[in-house]
Write a protein that binds this ligand. Structure first.
Ligand SMILES: *[C@@H]1O[C@H](CO)[C@@H](O)[C@H](O)[C@H]1NC(C)=O
Ligand SMILES: *[C@@H]1O[C@H](CO)[C@@H](O)[C@H](O)[C@H]1NC(C)=O
Ligand SMILES: *[C@@H]1O[C@H](CO)[C@@H](O)[C@H](O)[C@H]1NC(C)=O
Ligand SMILES: *[C@@H]1O[C@H](CO)[C@@H](O)[C@H](O)[C@H]1NC(C)=O
Ligand SMILES: *[C@@H]1O[C@H](CO)[C@@H](O)[C@H](O)[C@H]1NC(C)=O
Ligand SMILES: *[C@@H]1O[C@H](CO)[C@@H](O)[C@H](O)[C@H]1NC(C)=O
Ligand SMILES: *[C@@H]1O[C@H](CO)[C@@H](O)[C@H](O)[C@H]1NC(C)=O
Length: 823
């Protein structure tokens, strides 16, 4: 393996896990026995309209290493497009679980005319090779990794004589080297040739993915607990550019949703705002400190005994919540509430009673409702596969939001988390469980469902048992799907159900949903935060690769808890974190209840740092919004690793402590305590300091000043950025004059684009696409297409070049008109 960027792991660990795991993982069972297996023989193969169909049979005796070998397999190779090759190997009887189309729609493509790849195979011991045609590069060669296809163990992989630079295999949260939250079996592989490709495995089972290398070979090996081999190879055009690979990946899984304009404002949350008065006070304190606050959040504190769809009668009385919300809305601010999937088990609790009547909950094998334990006590879990669940879920929200029309929903604990092992509430009377449940039960090989609870192959799970702190893997979903098969789809499906619910309630408005557990395709419905991070310096850094990874997963609206969630932060860390967090696509301060207060107004230095950084963010809002529009249309990442913009500069390949926002803005944060400057890499070109306009010439590593409270931001020469003068909320900012930053390159050129609409409509009737470019040395040409008319005009140009720093402030240009502005 070459350089493992974004701290690649030995193992990619894939089963969502709950929040409070304390049990040490055991290492995966060594799978070397599997190498003794005999593999498969291709017995027939024939061309189809867009590929090949073949049959495979087990080549020798069964080896049954971690399950039962499946003798007969089908091979389906589909040339989906010129750049997308689909290779699927599955059991002919189709008993293995496959991710259903309604969970992740299977895109039907046109077929290839002139494929950029070549697919070849060997038949005696079946293996296949995917090559990039134009340079002969071997992208995937399954021959060197023995394929084993058993009911509970599916192993395959690729060995190539090349260096794989693999990106995108880790979510960042806590813990670091175990499985957490979401599952994204996708990687981007950038080769020495400077070309990259993507590989997506459509499989929802828990799995390990191992990467290893010698001086001249690289290997990737998947070991899944079931399912099928369902691979998409994504070539990213002639030059295999990482941006194009991600755009094509989102052709397969779906494009990211378009966030509301207000979602790009600053958010504040805390577990531990115990009363509505405290929540109100935070909003007031922000205002007093003149720190912009767009969205106020409430964590589980608002609920009555932690039951969904309720308000605590004393701490959050409905009437006070309603008047708070009305006041917030009158100030153009928003409110988001948390909702957990687990439903309190008690017949006096209507959501439970209705759900039980409509048969919407996950079950035990005998057909009774499965109970676990979450915040409210013993709970049932909605089964998103069951036919009545959607309408039941929608009805709960209809009732709830009728009284309290909040602006967004935060879905947490949807791995799904449960605080005990196995069926801990089943068989107990409803109500509060008595203290902590006893230790993990031990299941011997004799018990029914032993293999679902303890599959023969153990992945590197966060705990020895897959069912620890989550719904038992032998629980049953509709259609007899098991939790073992579908666990990793839970949060994704809750996201879809919640999205459909919010669209039913407000058909014209973009839903705002933040979700903890995600799967490929989730970005079409939800945004994401990286879960429970820690208030420590390393986590400040991890937030960058974490966010960069999610850009590749088609979930660009993502952030990490600013200042850290768990344990108490400190002034310097919180200062730096606000400076960086102000640039997160989703920017929210959030911490746990047993930690110190960390709102930015708590310390004067943090107040100043936050105001300064948010001033930059809010100035950039039209630019940021445009990047989201591009992401929504094409799938292009919003935050970009430098490697995405400067792929042919090898120096950028390993950089994950700086990032670009779109093509034009480079951010170089301080990530360590006690520093007053920071060394950053400035790729080829000119980079202008955001604050002083001083140029830095690339390509070079350069130290820049970064005293506490200051975050270095640079504008790439050659860019034109549409900005708007900031105000307290995004609503007010949208009324402020537009300004253009024109940053010239060495040749005096620059260009840029902008997208504007009303900021909230699901399908805006009117929008505006504007392009800007320098033409004839002293002119900016602006071309507008569309009918949307913003309230503000373009009133200022800031022209930055070598030895040039001009402000033109006598312009008054309508944004929906074409114009030539001379300077
Ligand atoms: C290829 O196999 C698939 C799945 O069995 C089948 O639907 C399709 O009709 C086959 N195509 C041809 C041309 O045999
Ligand atoms: C694929 O791997 C096999 C086994 O390592 C090797 O013999 C073969 O030459 C490789 N094919 C290509 C095209 O590299
Ligand atoms: C790879 O390197 C090993 C030694 O590290 C050498 O024995 C082997 O021949 C090399 N293989 C190729 C294909 O270059
Ligand atoms: C899972 O299996 C165990 C052991 O057989 C059993 O006690 C438990 O009830 C089963 N759980 C479900 C959800 O079926
Ligand atoms: C689910 O399994 C039960 C018991 O094995 C069986 O009776 C039932 O028909 C199955 N249901 C479906 C939809 O396959
Ligand atoms: C938070 O930190 C404490 C103390 O280090 C630890 O015991 C606890 O497990 C952590 N909680 C979470 C949610 O990670
Ligand atoms: C690169 O930066 C270093 C110090 O940051 C400076 O000494 C050197 O001259 C620069 N090189 C170029 C080519 O600009």
């Amino acid at each position: 393996m070459g350089r493992l960027v974004f701290e690649l792991l030995l193992a990619l660990l894939i089963t969502g896990l709950s929040r409070f795991s304390t049990i040490k993982y055991k290492y995966p069972t060594p799978a070397h026995d599997a190498n003794q297996c005999s593999g498969y023989r291709l017995t027939s193969i024939s061309p189809t309209d867009h590929g090949l169909n073949g049959s495979l049979v087990l080549a020798g005796n069964s080896c049954n290493v971690y399950g039962n070998d499946i003798s007969n397999l089908a091979l389906e190779v589909t040339y989906e497009t010129d750049d997308i090759l689909h290779v699927k190997i599955y059991d002919v009887e189709e008993r293995q679980f496959q991710v259903p189309d309604y969970v992740l729609p299977r895109k039907r493509f046109q077929g290839a005319k002139n494929p950029a790849y070549e697919f070849s195979y060997t038949d005696n011991t079946f293996g296949f090779v995917v090559k990039r045609k134009n340079n002969g590069e071997v992208l995937f060669n399954s021959t060197g990794v023995q394929m084993v296809f058993e009911d509970q163990f599916v192993k395959f992989g690729s060995q190539v004589h090349d260096i794989m630079n693999v990106y995108g295999t880790r979510d960042i949260g806590s813990p670091l080297r175990e499985n957490i939250y979401g599952v994204h079996p996708f990687y981007l592989d950038l080769r020495r040739s400077g070309r990259s490709h993507g590989v997506f495995l459509r499989n929802s089972h828990g799995m390990d993915v191992f990467l290893s290398s010698t001086s001249n070979t690289s290997e990737i090996e998947y070991r899944a607990l079931g399912g099928v081999i369902d691979l998409y190879f994504i070539l990213g055009g002639e030059d295999g550019s990482p941006k194009t690979v991600i755009e094509q990946y989102t052709d397969i899984i779906g494009k990211p949703h378009m966030p509301n304009y207000w979602a790009l404002g600053w958010h504040q949350c805390r577990w531990g705002y115990k009363t509505i008065e405290m929540v109100k006070e935070v909003v007031e304190n922000y205002k007093k400190a003149e720190i912009p606050l767009e969205v106020m959040w409430t964590d589980i504190d608002y609920m009555d005994q932690y039951r969904d769809f309720t308000f605590h009668p004393i701490n959050f009385p409905l009437s006070k919540v309603q008047s708070f919300l009305a006041e917030l809305h009158s100030q153009n601010q928003k409110h988001v509430l948390i909702v957990d999937p687990a439903i309190y088990n008690g017949d006096d609790y209507a959501p439970y009673k209705e759900g039980a009547d409509l048969d919407v909950f996950i079950k035990n094998r005998d057909g009774s409702i499965y109970y676990g334990r979450v915040w409210p006590g013993y709970t049932a879990f909605p089964d998103w596969f069951a036919p009545n669940t959607q309408s039941w879920w929608t009805r709960q929200f209809q009732r709830f939001l009728k009284d309290v029309p909040v602006d967004g929903i935060w879905i947490d604990m949807n791995e799904p988390a449960s605080f005990c092992f196995g069926s801990c509430g089943t068989g107990h009377p409803p109500g509060e469980p008595p203290g902590d449940s006893p230790g993990d039960p031990v299941f011997g090989p004799g018990v029914p469902d032993y293999n679902l609870l303890n599959p023969p192959y153990s992945i590197r799970n966060g705990s020895p048992y897959l069912s620890s702190k989550t719904v038992a893997t032998n629980a049953t979903h509709w259609n007899n799907y098991t939790e073992y098969q579908t666990h990793n789809l839970y949060g994704h499906m809750e996201g879809i159900a919640t999205y459909k619910t919010l669209i039913t309630i407000n058909p014209k408005t973009r839903p705002f949903i933040l979700s903890r557990s995600t799967f490929p395709g989730s970005g079409a419905y939800v945004g994401h935060w990286s879960g429970d991070n820690w208030a420590s310096w390393p986590y400040l850094y991890y937030s960058i690769p974490g966010i960069l990874n999610f850009q590749m997963y088609g979930i660009p609206y993502v952030g990490a808890d600013v200042c850290g969630f768990n344990e108490s932060t400190d002034e310097e860390l919180c200062n730096r974190w606000h400076s960086l967090g102000a640039f997160y696509p989703f920017a929210r301060n959030h911490n746990a209840h047993n930690t110190i207060a960390q709102e930015p107004y708590v310390w004067k230095s943090v107040t100043e740092a936050t105001k300064k950084a948010l001033h930059v963010r809010y100035t950039l809002l039209p630019y940021y919004y445009t990047l989201f529009a591009v992401a929504h249309e094409k799938g292009t990442p919003v935050w970009r690793a430098l490697m995405f913009e400067f792929t042919d500069d090898y120096e950028t390949w390993n950089i994950d402590k700086q990032f670009m926002i779109g093509p034009a803005v480079l951010v170089t944060p301080v990530l360590e305590a006690g520093h007053v400057d920071v060394e950053g890499y400035f790729p080829k070109g000119i980079w202008y300091d955001w604050y002083t306009h001083d140029p830095i010439y690339g390509a070079n590593w350069t130290k820049v000043d970064a005293p506490l409270g200051h975050i270095p931001v640079h504008i790439r020469g050659g860019s034109i950025i549409l900005t708007q003068r900031p105000a307290y909320t995004t609503t007010e900012s949208r009324e402020q004059p537009f300004e253009l930053i024109v940053a010239l390159d060495e040749t005096g050129h620059a260009s840029g684009e902008a997208y504007l609409d009303d900021g909230v409509s699901l399908e805006p009737v009117e929008s505006l696409r504007i392009s800007f470019r320098i033409c004839d040395k002293w002119q900016v040409v602006m071309t507008s297409v569309g009918s949307y008319k913003p309230n503000a005009k373009l009133e200022k140009l800031i022209i930055i070049g070598v030895g040039l720093d001009l402000v033109i402030d006598d312009v008054h240009v309508d944004m929906d008109k074409n114009a030539i502005i001379t300077f």
